[in-house]
Design a protein around this ligand. Structure first.
Ligand code: ATP
Length: 326
């Protein structure tokens, strides 16, 4: 079936670069003579028919902006067959015959189920700061979040150093340690704790204690929020309860949502632009239920189910490097 009108939406956690991706989708679609409808608030807006017509001018001056002009949402209703049927009905009513969805693994899960149930062609773009999607070397937003984390770690280092303090810095990553590991290396952290590796509290205590006693200087431990020992606050409580840490000046800093905001880096802008354009091209060529990604600098299509059923692994060499350099 020939495509005439496509819908584009951003969904799940917002990520810097989503706007650049939407812009690329709209402008590429225009070159194929396709109408584009912006779907506001992800799947929730799809269910409610919260649609807006878009043209190349409507995406002027958004490339460099963080957040998402289409807004994002998490939708409980879309998890139900009734919610998805309502969404399909709205799309048909507006003559939308193809979709580009920009989001993380939940968004792509929803996309796969939706396609299997309702047959509306859909191509996904990996948009999440977590970088935890199989089928692409990097996800849109990851590089910006990583640089924000490093910038903040640098600032914390200044104050930590002035007082010879131990800082536990928590970065985002519920299930994945990409931001923690790479910001740890880039920020010169003495220790990095990530969900992919099992960490024994006793070993962590010993390591931190020896770092702090051997050097009369600061130490920074980067903790991914999803580390199995708990977040930075929980680990700090365990350290404080141990008499060996009585004399150590220990602070916690949770970077939280600062990592989601801000202008996308050059790398994210280019990635998002390439993926947005590739998603439309894939739809026009008749691909569906796939995610566009970039692997070794080449555009690749991965079946959507593989994206969340197969795990993208961290580079264990980098963990060794943290130990070596600390
Ligand atoms: P991030 O990784 O940044 O959190 P995400 O896309 O993984 O982004 P989620 O909240 O997990 O964010 O998913 C976004 C939306 O996708 C959910 O609110 C829900 O509407 C839909 N979704 C997620 N999982 C499913 C599922 N199993 N079935 C149907 N819809 C789903």
């Amino acid at each position: 079936m020939e495509l005439r009108r496509i819908g584009v939406f951003t969904s799940g956690g917002d990520a810097p670069g989503m706007n650049a991706c939407v812009r690329a989708v709209v402008r590429t679609a225009y070159t194929f003579d396709l109408d584009v409808i912006g779907i506001r608030r992800g799947y929730e807006g799809m269910i409610e028919g919260d649609f807006v017509e878009m043209d190349p001018q409507s995406v002027s001056n958004i490339l460099q902006k963080g957040g998402t002009l289409l807004k994002s949402a998490r939708s409980e209703r879309f998890r139900t067959p009734e919610g998805r049927a309502r969404a399909a009905e709205q799309l048909r009513k507006f003559g939308i015959d193809g979709l580009v969805g920009i989001g993380g693994d939940g968004t792509l899960r929803g996309a796969a189920i939706f396609y299997e149930e309702h047959g509306i062609p859909i191509v996904g773009c990996p948009g999440t700061i977590d970088n935890d999607l199989f089928g692409t070397d990097e996800t849109i937003g990851y590089d910006t979040a990583l640089n924000t984390a490093i910038e903040n770690i640098d600032r914390i280092r200044d104050t930590a150093d002035a007082h010879n303090r131990l800082f536990l810095v928590e970065v985002m990553g519920r299930d994945a340690g990409f931001i923690a590991l790479n910001s740890g290396i880039g920020g010169g952290a003495e220790l990095v704790l990530i969900p992919e590796t099992f960490t024994e509290m006793d070993k962590v205590k010993k390591r931190i204690h020896s770092l702090m006693s051997a050097q009369s200087r600061s130490s920074i431990v980067v903790v991914a929020e999803g580390d199995e020992l708990g977040g930075a606050a929980k680990i700090a409580n365990a350290l404080r309860a141990d008499p060996r840490f009585e004399r150590i000046d220990l602070r916690v800093c949770i970077l939280g949502h600062t990592q989601r905001g801000g202008a996308p880096t050059a790398r994210d802008r280019v990635l998002a632009s390439r993926l947005g354009a590739a998603a439309v091209e894939a739809l026009v060529e008749g691909h569906t239920n796939v995610m566009v990604g970039i692997i070794n600098n080449e555009i690749k299509l991965t079946p959507t189910r593989n994206v969340w059923q197969r795990k993208k692994t961290i580079n264990y060499e980098l963990l060794k490097l943290t130990d070596l350099l600390s």
